[in-house]
Design a protein around this ligand. Structure first.
Ligand code: NAD
Length: 422
């Protein structure tokens, strides 16, 4: 089947590559000509395990192509996927300008019956707006092509996007239909926000519990073990840390809260989830400041991990940005290492922060640093050589924003070790 995917970011590129892998002929469209040119040269703009090979193989075999010409791609397609960004607007609502601009282009370009699938995360009622926008453009052309708009919100997780897409969602649907759930369009739109808001709520709830544990002398790691053993609760998404980031949770929680308010309901839980997360991003830097004092002029800190989570180079809303800014504005120097996000940091998110330098390995960050701060739980940080860390650091002080290690053991080895919620 001929498919076009409009918007070639995390969602669009993964979806496009996976559709091509399944035997479809896919055109990925983007307005960013630089991105399209790079893709045509085999340079993949994002890091996602397994993606590069899949893109290159399908590009070479002709099942996957890239273009900035949306009109041609849409005119040839049977299905057009909308996978553009829906960033947070000034008032917290989802900014629909990109989705609606694509809808207009679709109306201006389609040459036959077309199915339009919205994969972007959009507030309830957006499918109606997409439909109206397409119809208006068709009316201007005075043509009468029929079309249907479907909402198929994307549930992939960055870092495991290909596995999610191929194994959990579409492949089983082809075979067993187990994971294929059809519902009305507003409920589909609402389902995506509800899923993300629920996961964000679990994280903020656990972070709040961690902050209480710390004050009353309890250990949140033990509390987590205890409650997770209850099958009604389970272990997933109850890890305390330095706050959630990424392209989805922060904006989706706020967009859902805004939608609720627009419809006359004040969402108390959603507002609290966001407020807890905002404060949580500063918990680690506050611990560093409590230890070293407000003036950090002569201090250097090693940072392990910049991406908002492991297995991705995505730094959107990453806790590392807040932690680094809180420390450098007090005069600290930062030496950071991340297996994949260095370029994102250097070229974009930390571009203007001259107090940050980058190392090519985790141990290289430590030389003469006053303390180590672990921010993203990449696998390569799971069992580091503690003797080497101690040898390289000026003083063996370790702030662990992901509670990776056992406090007593770390103290035995000779570290001053700080966690969240202990
Ligand atoms: P992204 O920013 O990585 O990619 C969006 C792309 O769309 C960009 O390359 C941009 O240049 C392009 N674009 C914008 N306007 C365009 C237009 N008019 N025509 C063609 N291209 C255009 O975004 P993303 O992370 O892929 O997210 C896309 C949507 O999917 C969002 O609504 C997001 O909330 C949702 N989502 C994302 C994830 C995730 O893990 N990243 C997961 C589930 C859902």
């Amino acid at each position: 089947m001929k498919i076009s995917v409009i918007g070639t970011g995390y969602v669009g590129l993964v979806s496009g590559a996976c559709f091509a892998q399944m035997g479809n002929t896919v055109t990925c469209v983007d307005i960013d000509s630089n991105k399209i040119q790079k893709l045509e040269e085999g340079i993949i703009p994002i890091y996602e395990p397994g993606l590069e090979e899949m893109v290159i193989d399908n590009y070479k075999s002709g099942t996957l192509s890239f273009t900035t010409h949306a009109k041609e791609a849409i005119a040839k397609s049977k299905i057009a996927f909308i996978a553009v960004g829906t960033p947070m607007g000034q008032d917290g609502s989802a900014d629909l300008q990109y989705v609606l601009s694509v809808a207009k282009t679709i109306g201006e370009s389609m040459e036959d019956y077309l199915i339009i699938v919205d994969k972007s995360t959009v507030p309830v009622g957006t499918a109606d707006k997409v439909r109206d926008t397409i119809q208006k453009a068709l009316d201007i052309r005075a043509v009468d092509f029929k079309f249907d708009v479907v909402s198929n919100p994307e549930f992939l997780k960055e870092g495991a996007a290909i596995a999610d897409f191929m194994h959990e969602l579409y492949a089983p649907f082809m075979k067993t239909r187990d994971r294929f759930i059809a519902m009305d369009i507003k409920s589909a739109e609402m389902t995506k926000y509800t899923a993300n808001a629920m996961l964000a709520t679990k994280i903020s709830f656990m972070n709040e519990i961690a902050n209480i544990c710390e004050r009353v002398g309890a250990d949140v790691n033990q509390v987590r073990n205890g409650i997770g053993s209850d099958s009604r609760i389970g272990y997933s998404f109850i890890y305390p840390g330095c706050g959630y980031g990424g392209s989805c949770f922060p904006k989706d929680v706020q967009a859902l809260a805004k939608t609720a308010k627009d419809f006359g309901y004040t969402p108390k839980i959603l507002d609290a989830v966001e407020a807890v997360n905002y404060a949580q991003k500063k918990v680690m830097s506050n611990k560093v400041i409590a230890y070293f004092g407000e003036n950090l002029k002569d201090k250097t800190f090693a940072i392990w991990g910049l991406a908002f989570k492991p297995e991705t180079d995505d730094m959107r809303e990453a806790s590392s940005i807040t932690i680094i800014s809180e420390l450098t504005k007090r005069g600290a120097k930062i030496v950071a290492y991340d297996p994949k996000a260095k370029e994102e940091a250097q070229n974009h998110y930390l571009k203007d922060n001259s107090s940050v330098s980058y190392a090519d390995s985790k141990y290289e960050t430590l030389k003469d640093a006053d303390a180590l701060i672990l921010v993203t739980e990449w696998q390569e940080f799971r069992s580091p050589d503690f003797d080497e860390i101690k040898k390289l650091l000026k003083t063996p002080i370790f702030f662990d924003g992901r509670n990776q290690f056992n406090k007593e053991r770390m103290n035995e080895i000779g570290f001053e070790y700080f966690q969240i919620g202990v």
